[in-house]
Design a binder for this molecule. Structure first.
Ligand code: ADP
Ligand code: ZN
Length: 356
């Protein structure tokens, strides 16, 4: 059985279908929301041999004409050069404004293919088929698409909501362990800001059912996105818990050292400590967040060569300090979060030092 979770944005709401072994039904599901047409199936060279054929066959059976486009795996593919290459291949294959894009892969493919869909012939529909934990619980939902600039990550892009998200939990079976664990950075973040009971489940001796866990996270993210599609009301900003210091660590460490979820793990530890100091989170609750991160082999301490000054410099490039303080997401109690306006540079320094 597949669960259908709605993402109730005001214009063009869509569904996330979560289930086991549903990749082979992709064509059937997509034909329920899009007219059969030409489509580009965009994926990377790791995922293509595993899953592309299943999706192609299913799309063709539903009447779609499929052009499969394969890009190299990894973050360097999230660049304008690849966007242009992919668009050229689509034009050569005869795709036009009546065509659609299907993104099959992790966060890199979802962001790149979604951005292609947002600009191709001024915008065509797309469907996300996420195959990593990060993509299933986070990046495939919410319509943020884009690529990196040479000056920084995710600086070029567009909001472009998918028409459908198809989340086959079985695709996670082939995900390398490190990439699997990485996704729990975002899951533990969701637990900390919205679902204290989920944190208890993650800490329990028997690990929670993966399908239920993914659905539960999809619901959390879907609700937040629906209420604040364009990140205007501050609700969506709560999803940045752990990300202020996490992003600084990603930037300072350089590409390839930490996966996103690993850097976020460090950011979550620091944000939990800042929450204790600035929002009265209990020490015990902060420890629960840290214990859960450790249970998924995520880093909780920072090596000496990434200096505190480098991180603070990266932070102030990224965030505006207003009269000595920044806006920073804190958790006063597990399952609740708000944006504090009085986290100072000294608080940040202290939290980063606590990671040593
Ligand atoms: P993320 O979703 O974590 O942001 P990526 O899109 O870079 O990241 O995917 C992480 C890596 O895992 C890439 O090398 C990608 O090719 C590979 N990958 C993605 N999904 C799967 C899968 N289901 N099975 C095996 N490898 C996968
Ligand atoms: Zn993140």
């Amino acid at each position: 059985m597949a669960a259908r979770i709605p993402v109730l944005i005001s214009r063009n709401p869509y569904e996330v279908i979560v289930g086991h072994d549903i990749l082979r039904r992709a064509g059937e599901f997509i034909s329920q929301v899009l007219p059969a047409s030409r489509c580009a199936l965009i994926t990377d060279s790791n995922i293509a041999p595993l899953y592309a054929e299943t999706v192609e066959t299913s799309l063709e059976a539903a009447g779609f004409e499929v052009t499969t486009i394969i890009v190299p795996p990894g973050e360097p593919s999230k660049a304008l050069g690849f966007i242009e290459d992919v668009c050229d291949q689509m034009i050569e294959a005869g795709l036009d404004r009546r065509s659609a894009v299907i993104a099959l892969g992790g966060g890199v493919i979802g962001d790149l293919a979604g951005f292609v869909a947002s600009i191709f012939y001024r915008g065509i529909p797309h469907v996300q088929i996420p195959t990593t934990v990060v993509a299933q619980v986070d990046s495939s939902l919410g319509g943020k698409t884009g690529v990196n600039s040479r000056k920084g990550k995710n600086l070029l892009g567009a909001f472009h909501q998918p028409s459908l998200v198809i989340t086959d939990v079985n695709t996670l079976d082939t995900l390398p362990k490190r990439e699997f664990n990485e996704g729990f950075g975002e899951i533990i973040k969701h637990a900390a800001i919205r679902d204290a009971a989920m944190l208890e489940d993650l800490l329990a001796e028997t690990s929670p059912d993966l399908g239920e866990l993914i659905s539960r996270n999809v619901k959390i993210k879907a609700r937040i996105v629906a209420e604040d599609e364009f990140e205007r009301h501050g609700l969506r900003a709560l999803l940045n818990f752990g990300h202020t210091i996490g992003h600084a660590i990603e930037n300072a460490a350089g590409y390839g050292r930490y996966l996103h979820g690993e850097a976020i793990s460090l950011g979550l530890v620091a944000a939990a400590r800042i929450s204790v100091k600035k929002a009265d989170l209990s020490e015990e609750s902060a420890e629960k967040i840290i214990t859960a991160l450790k249970a998924y082999n995520l880093p909780t301490s920072l090596p000496a060569d990434i200096t505190t000054d480098t991180l603070l410099a990266a932070l102030s490039r990224d965030k505006k300090f207003e009269s000595g303080a920044i806006r920073f997401v804190v958790v006063p109690e597990l399952g609740e979060a708000f944006v504090s306006k009085d986290v100072t540079e000294e608080d940040l320094r202290e939290a980063i030092e606590s990671l040593r």
